[in-house]
Design a protein around this ligand. Sequence first.
Ligand code: SAH
Length: 247
Amino acid sequence: MNAKVWLIGAGPGDPELLTLKAVRALAEAEVVLIDDLVNPLILTHCPQARVVAVGKRGGCRSTPQAFIQRLMLRYARQGRCVARLKGGDPCIFGRGGEEAAWLQAQGIETELVNGITAGLAGATQCGISLTLRGVSRGVTLVTAHTQDDSPLNWQALAQGGTTLVVYMGVSKLDEVRQGLLAGGLAADTPVAMIENASLPQQREQRSTLVQLCEDAARFKLSSPAILVIGEVAARAASGSTLLQIPA
Ligand code: SAH
């Protein structure tokens, strides 16, 4: 019996941005549960495995999270080696820690495998250094989408002096703009919107905090996308492909 659950970060989309450890775990897996945002090309590393799509678009309805956890538990209790593929890093807005703790509480051996989180990947793919020397002393990863809709501490975010990387922000752009402006961030603070980071259909658009909503609408920004907010967003290395919108 080699029952085990691997909770694996599949990275932002480009199948080459996968760790060697993830590849090894996939080669050992008998069952692979794959989330929506994971590039299916990654499945070339586990031709032997049964593949189950468990994203919201994969057929789970009312309580997908509980359903997925029960499914992992069921396969593991059958003595199978299970790999759960999650987008980006399993522990960055990915419930990896929760799932690992829950599985361990059920007596199941569990291992987390890092992935490259979308915010870091997206910035680098666009030539943006999130901690550019002399410009930014740090980076804050934040979700615009809280489970209980509680407000973020925009003032702290605006005044923290770090580059902000906003996940799940596409439907909350106005909230992000209003919150940060009210919190004291300058209206002309540079913003980069990065959609489908690391995939062939990656798009990016530069804007400013005050223009964010209008520019996103013209650009037809859609999910999955991240926002990079801060001076570094105006300092991309040359060579990145900027899609310009005609004025
Ligand atoms: N665990 C994931 C995040 C899951 S939350 C990670 O570490 O990356 C889902 C959000 O991640 C999306 O709403 C979007 O903001 C971001 N995201 C995921 N993949 C992305 C991609 N390829 N490009 C841009 N943003 C992405």
